[in-house]
Design a protein around this ligand. Sequence first.
Ligand code: AMP
Length: 188
Amino acid sequence: MRLIIMGPPGAGKGTQAKILVEKYSIPQLSTGDILRAAIQAKTPMGLQAKEIMARGDLVPDEVVCGIVSERLDSADAKNGFILDGFPRTIAQAEELDRMMEEKGIALDAVISLDVDADALVARIKQRAEESGGTRADDNEEVLRNRLEVYGELTKPLIAYYKKQGNVKSIDGMGSIEEVTSAITDALG
Ligand code: AMP
């Protein structure tokens, strides 16, 4: 199963991706997690991404596309994967299409989690409290920017994938279990 999980910050992408990992025995490929690990390890990529992420802006397309291309080639991703947080721009989606075509693979579905804006702010605040401040981008001002960036650059991807005919729109407002079962029903 080759999946993308999309939705605004705080929609529950990471939470649902981790559950789908268990259900379908596929790895979660989170560009955000990989970038945070690079920041921790102080690699050149981490140093480049640190300030950008702290502001809630997007890391350059070439950087994240490089991460994904490498990750798609690793052994654990041969039988499927769930992309979480990628693609985030039309250019990234086009590059992903190109990469997948080159590798002779195709997406099974794009899961789009729908949640309302007030719920997002509440969820992010909760995550900030629970994580004890380990994410520099989980505060209200940066969240506002992340939501803006999402609306401007990432949301258009829903229409992009609708044209390809593989979008599953899921109501993300229920409990974690309800959202998971809506996703698994939609995947059939
Ligand atoms: P996430 O963990 O998916 O919420 O991502 C956290 C931050 O990492 C984002 O706000 C961006 O700064 C950066 N990031 C993650 N994935 C991407 C991507 N596909 N393109 C550009 N920046 C990204």
